[in-house]
Each structure stands twice: as C-alpha cells, then as structure tokens.
Write a protein that binds this ligand. Structure first.
Ligand SMILES: *[C@@H]1O[C@H](CO)[C@@H](O)[C@H](O)[C@H]1NC(C)=O
Ligand SMILES: *[C@@H]1O[C@H](CO)[C@@H](O)[C@H](O)[C@H]1NC(C)=O
Ligand SMILES: *[C@@H]1O[C@H](CO)[C@@H](O)[C@H](O)[C@H]1NC(C)=O
Ligand SMILES: *[C@@H]1O[C@H](CO)[C@@H](O)[C@H](O)[C@H]1NC(C)=O
Length: 693
C-alpha cells in the first residue's frame, strides 16, 4: 500500500517536472529608442515583454550586433528593459538587436530588430496647454525644440467619456486642433496628442485632456413608470423613471420636477435637486424613484432640468388598484442572464386607436421598491422582448405586460411568475385535518409563500404512511388554500399523512400529521346552527318511519323512485345522510328518502347534479348487490362523479393558469409580502405629508 503511494507520488512528480521542464517562451521583439526630454540622451533604451512562469526564475540579456559584426550583450537580470551604452554603437549606422530569456529549463531568443541608430530619438509627449469649449479646440507646445528640429507630424485622438474606442485624426505639423465633427452638447470629450519631429520616432500619447462641451437644454422626454412591488397595491407604488441618456441630457442634470396630481387634495410639486435629494430622491446608475406613496394620486409628471432648461414633462396615469385578471397568455423564459418575454398579438385590443405601445416589466418578488425591477417600452407591433441582467436563482420574478395608450393610461395585460432556475420548495405553511369521518377525512393546507417557493410548484404530493398510493393535487391557482378528500381509510384507525410541494427540481420536505378516524357508530354532527340541529332532531322520527315503510313495501323498486329526480343530495356534504345511513344501516332505503318525504331540512343539503345514466347504474347496483357494497359503490360512484367534476374544474383552471400563472400568486401573496414592504409604507411620506413639509 505504502509502496503504491510512493510510486504514484513519484510518477506525479515526474510528470510535473517533465511538464515544467519546457524551456521559456521567446520574449517579444525589443522596442528601442533614444529618449529626449529637455535634451536628448545618448544611450539606447530597449524594453520587451515576456510571458513567464513566476515560479521559475528567468533572467534576460539584451544582445546586439553592429554592422561590423561585433556582437555584444548586457545582462538585465529579471528586468524587462536594458540599455545599450553609447560606446557600443556608432551613430547613423545599422544595429541588430534581440533579447534572450534564460531559466534553468533552457533559453529562448526573441526576433531580431534592425534599425538605424540615427532614427532612434523619441521626443517627449506633447503637453496640451490650452482648450476651448465652443468650438471645441485644443493646442499644445511643440516638442522638437531641443533637437532643433522642425515638427514632423502630429496625431490627435478623441472620444466622449461614454465611448471606449478612440477616433484618430492625422493632422500634420500643427500645434492646434479644432474639432470639426458634430459636437454633442454638455458631453465630456477626451483628447490625446502625439507628435514626431522631422527625424526620429513619434512620441507617446500625451496625458488625456478633458473638455465638457457647452450645455444646452435637455431634449426628449423622461421614461416614467411606476414600481408597485409584488404584490401590487397603490399604497406601495412609487413613481420611477430612467435617467436621460447623455445624448439627450445635453449637460449635467441638476434635478427633477415631479408633480403628483391628487384625486382629492391639492396637487404636489416636488422640485428636488440631485445634489440635495432630501431623502426623497433615490437614484442608481440608470434610474431614479421618488420616495413618496402614490396613495390617492391619480397621475404624475416628471421633467429633468439642467442649467439651460428642462424637458417637456412626461405623464403617467396611475390606475386605481384592483384585482385585474390576466386574460392573455405571455410566455417567459429566463436564465441567470436573459429574461425573454413573448406574447401573441391580441386579436382584439380594447382601444386600438389610442393604443400606443407595450410596457414589459419585471419585478423580483419580495424586493424593496426600486430594486430587482426594470421595464421597457416597445412598439405595439413587437411581440418579444429580452432583458439582460443578473437574475437570481430560485427567486420569483413577476413579469407583466401592459398596454399603454397615447394619453399614458396603462392597462394590465398579463403577468406570469418566472424563475431563472427552479429549486426545491419549502414545506407547506400549515397542514391540518379539518374534518374526520369513519372512512374519509378532509385535509387542508396553506401553500408555501411565493417568496419561499424557490420554484414554480407543479403539484402537491400527499401520501399515507404505510400505503403505496401517492396522490397528486394540482397546485393551481398557486396561491389558494387547498383541501383534499382522503378516501380509502378505515374507521377507528390512526393515520399518518404527509404532504410535499413539488417543483421542477423535485419534492420539498414533507409535513406530517396524524389523526384517528371515527368509529362507525359514532355520529359526528357538525351543524352550523342550533336551529338546524333542532330541525333535524324533530324530523328524524318522521324520516325513520318513512324508511321503515319504504323498506317493507318498496324494496327493489328504488330504481324508479331514485331516478325520478336527477338531483340527489350529495351524501358527502350531508351529515344527515351519514347519520341516517348508520342508523338504518340499509342504504337502499335512504337513497330514496328525499323523494318520498321531501323534508324541510333537506333544503340545507348540497345538491349535486349527476347524470341520468349514473343514477340508473346506482340503482342497478343497489338492486343486485349486498347493501354494504352498494353503499360503498354508490358513494364511490358519487364521489367519482364529483371527482370528475372537480378534476374538470381543475384542468380548466390549469388551462387558465398557464395563461395567468403567477398573477394570482402575486396578488394574493399577502401578509408576508406586505410585511416586507411595511417598512416602506411606514416611512414613505404621502403626497400630503410632502406638501406639509
Ligand atoms: C426647481 O429648482 C431649480 C433649481 O433650484 C430652479 O431653477 C427651477 O426653476 C425650479 N423649478 C420650479 C418649477 O420651481
Ligand atoms: C444570454 O443571451 C446571450 C445572447 O443572446 C447569449 O450569448 C448568452 O449565452 C445567454 N446566456 C445564457 C446564460 O444562456
Ligand atoms: C404525479 O405527477 C407526476 C408528474 O406528472 C407523475 O410522475 C406521477 O406519476 C404522478 N403520480 C400519481 C400518483 O399520479
Ligand atoms: C418525511 O420527513 C421525515 C423527516 O424529514 C422523513 O424521515 C420521512 O422519510 C419523510 N417521509 C416521506 C414520505 O418523504
């Protein structure tokens, strides 16, 4: 064993030393010049680059060969530059120069450069001495005084501060440069110059000189919108807007004039300078928002000003809050970098004439106002939009589409919750048994809060310990409390039931409850009012009498009587039914009761429509089989019918949900969400408060 280890270590170290035994890469060609400052020097300065392994000591030597084939070298140690002393070369003659890198693993030689030693003087970079804003102009001093040479040629390069790339201009022997292109107002321009003299090399670029072009009044309009948080209530909403791009700001934006038009009281004009935001204005790189509640604000306008003027105000109508339905489907695909929203052009728009554009927005649920939020305005013929950004994993993003009219009224079109990556969901919030009978129990749970779901919940799994069966329960609508009817349980037994939420990433942790089913004989009357109980007690004898009569005379003919009425009470929702069933212990009879003795209490029973055919079948089964089984069969049949019904509703809802998925989530995701934004609700001054202040 130990030998094996040693062997592998040996092999590994052999591999490493073999890999590291490569000789160094060749260095770059040396660049050589004779620097001039106040006066020109005499020695040749050469420098080079090299990609080397910092772990391995590498030494360099600078080599040269004169026209007379005299070769010489100087060791520079680890330095990437060196000198050739004046004594080693003659002026105005050819020189061959190269560099050699050497480490313990070998050596490598650079390419050879050949030059005339008379052409090596390099003037210092020019110094920009004067500049003007209007027109944009720079001037610099000549750099060719000392060598007593005339100025050769100069290059100027420029860019605005927002640009990465330089634009370069060759201007000849000039010491001033007037910018001739179109000048953007109020923009910082950067300039650099380099020059050569009549002989020798061109200088390095000068230091950057910055000029702000003269300002003008801003143009265009502010893109103003509202951030309502998720879920949305107008109390939480704030006005938000995008900063003007430099091409429209035409200078430094000094502040914003925001007017909040109130529904009831006076309108409020807030004039906030960027320099003194007074806690009201919050801005990041790209956008700002006003920390003022929009409660009872009907519309808002925003304009930006600089020293020369202001933009035309942009208006935004603030819709009255309300639970809006999503009637259209939108599709959201997202990963951690891209969020793509697409939708179908609606066949009929509410008001095509005034419909101007769409606004697509996303908001990370549970984030503070102004955070995890963005929007974009797109042409009305557009049907897809991609946001670039950083979209956190396992976090719900509410993506919404609005239609906007020419007068800036926005109408909610649809919302969907999207995830850049689905995670394992948290446990359901509560899991209870809300009613227990002998053979069934009703389970109830509250779904995981949206902010803790970690992914879109596809369905819930419910299972009973010790039983193989796992029941799937649709998760839509996502936000609503759920119930589930657990059948297939026997009387007077303890059951442990578990539930898990399931997302694309898999099931979450389970919550388990246990309960004991009722005994068969034990009656569980859970009536809502005393009056009802009383009524039933009074009616019992009558019902029982009828039953007995029925039993003796009409056994086997229940088919007819039952099927007269297609509406029969749903025994599931009827405690009276259960009670009677236990007492008479003859199900054939009780099914017929409502027809023979329509009793007032029966009106309190839930009536379920069942199909004629189903009904006949029930009767048939009842006639042919043992009473207990028939009860079983009938009930199950009935249940089955109801199951079908609820299943149908579910799938209908599911269809709906695929269209509106998430919108409901957000609206009903209530308490906790509100807790999150409670802070802001508390501290955001209302329009009236601002007015008072
Ligand atoms: C807002 O403040 C700026 C700077 O103080 C001022 O120039 C401007 O006239 C003010 N606007 C209004 C509407 O008062
Ligand atoms: C986002 O989109 C860009 C371009 O459309 C693509 O290059 C990039 O790979 C996408 N990011 C991810 C994580 O898929
Ligand atoms: C529940 O749904 C999942 C996914 O659709 C499926 O794989 C599983 O078999 C279903 N289980 C039951 C009991 O229907
Ligand atoms: C439920 O959770 C408990 C505790 O985490 C675990 O021991 C048990 O196996 C889980 N049951 C199911 C059915 O996943």
């Amino acid at each position: 064993m130990a030998q094996g280890w040693i062997l592998s270590i040996l092999i590994v170290s052999m591999v490493i030393s073999y890999a590291a035994a490569d000789p160094p890469d060749p260095p770059s060609k040396p660049e050589c010049h004779i620097p001039c400052d106040d006066s020109c020097g005499v020695d040749i300065h050469c420098s080079w680059n090299h990609r080397f392994d910092p772990q391995i000591l590498t030494n360099y030597s600078l080599h040269w060969e004169t026209a007379h084939s005299i070769e010489d070298r100087v060791n520079t140690g680890t330095s990437l530059s060196g000198f050739i002393d004046r004594e080693h070369f003659s002026m105005n003659s050819e020189l061959h120069v190269w560099v050699q890198a050497e480490s313990k693993h070998g050596s490598a030689k650079s390419q050879v450069v050949v030059f005339d030693t008379g052409d090596l003087t390099k003037p210092p970079p020019p110094l920009i001495t004067r500049s003007y804003e209007d027109p944009l102009e720079i001037s610099w001093s000549s750099i060719c005084n000392e060598p007593h040479l005339s100025l050769g040629s100069c290059d100027v390069r420029f860019r605005t501060q927002a640009e990465k790339l330089w634009h370069e201009d060759e201007i000849g022997a000039q010491v001033t440069y007037e910018f001739s292109g179109p000048v953007q107002a109020g923009v910082v321009y950067e300039f650099q110059v380099r020059c050569s003299c009549a002989t020798g090399l061109i200088s390095d670029w000068s230091a950057t000189h910055r000029i702000r072009s003269s300002e003008a009044a801003p143009t265009g309009q502010i893109d103003v919108w509202k951030d309502c948080g998720v879920p949305a209530t107008n109390a939480d909403c704030v006005v938000t807007w995008k900063k003007l791009p430099t091409s429209q700001a035409h200078g430094q934006i000094l502040g914003y004039e925001v007017t909040l038009f109130s529904k009831h009281t006076t309108n409020v004009l807030v004039n906030i300078s960027v320099a003194e935001p007074r806690g009201l204005l919050m801005c990041d790189e790209l956008k700002c928002y006003l920390k003022s509640s929009l409660k009872s604000v009907s519309s808002a306008s925003v304009s930006a000003y600089n020293a020369r003027g202001a933009t035309v105000p942009s208006y935004l109508a603030i819709p009255t809050p309300g639970k809006v339905r999503s009637e259209h489907s939108i599709d959201v695909r997202m990963n951690t970098e891209n969020l793509t929203v697409s939708w179908a052009l609606p066949s009929q728009l509410p008001d095509t004439k005034s419909f101007k554009e769409y606004v697509v927005q996303y908001k990370q649920a549970g984030r503070l106002l102004g955070k995890g939020f963005n929007w974009i305005r797109v042409n009305k013929s557009c049907t897809t939009v991609t946001f670039k950004g950083h979209f956190e994993r396992y976090r719900p993003y509410q993506v919404s589409l609005f239609t906007v009219t020419h007068d800036q009224q926005s109408h909610h079109f649809s919302s969907v919750i999207g995830y850049s990556c689905h995670g394992i969901p948290a446990k359901v919030r509560s899991f209870k048994v809300i009613s227990i009978a002998a053979t069934h129990a009703t389970l109830f749970w509250e779904p995981v809060l949206l902010t803790m779901q970690n992914g879109l919940i596809l369905y819930y799994e419910i299972g009973v310990h010790g039983q193989m069966a796992v029941y799937n329960v649709s998760a839509s609508p996502q936000d609503e409390n759920k119930t589930f009817e657990l059948l297939n349980v026997s009387a007077d037994q303890e059951y442990e039931v578990w539930i898990k939420a399931v997302t694309e990433a898999g099931p979450g942790d389970n919550v388990t409850i246990s309960f004991i089913t009722n005994q068969q004989q034990h009656l569980q009357l859970k009536l809502k009012s005393h009056l009802l109980s009383l009524l039933i007690l009074l009616c019992l004898p009558v019902i029982i009498c009828c039953l007995l009569v029925l039993l003796s005379f009409h056994r086997g003919t229940s088919k007819t009587c039952l099927c007269i009425n297609e509406k029969i009470p749903d025994p599931y929702n009827s405690t009276i039914y259960q009670m009677m069933a236990y007492q008479v212990n003859e199900p054939v009879a009780w099914i017929c009761i409502p027809i023979y003795e329509p009793h007032p209490t029966m009106s309190t029973l839930e009536v379920v429509e069942i199909q004629h055919q189903l009904c006949e079948q029930n009767c048939f089964f009842e006639d042919q089989t043992r009473p207990a089984a028939s009860l079983e069969g009938c009930t199950r049949k009935h249940r089955y019918g109801k199951g079908e019904y609820s299943k149908m509703v579910d799938s209908e809802e599911e269809k709906d949900m695929s269209e509106v998925t998430g919108r409901d989530d957000c609206w009903s995701l209530s308490e906790e969400e509100q807790d999150t934004s409670g802070y802001e609700q508390h501290f955001i001054p209302t329009a009236a408060e601002i007015l008072n202040a």
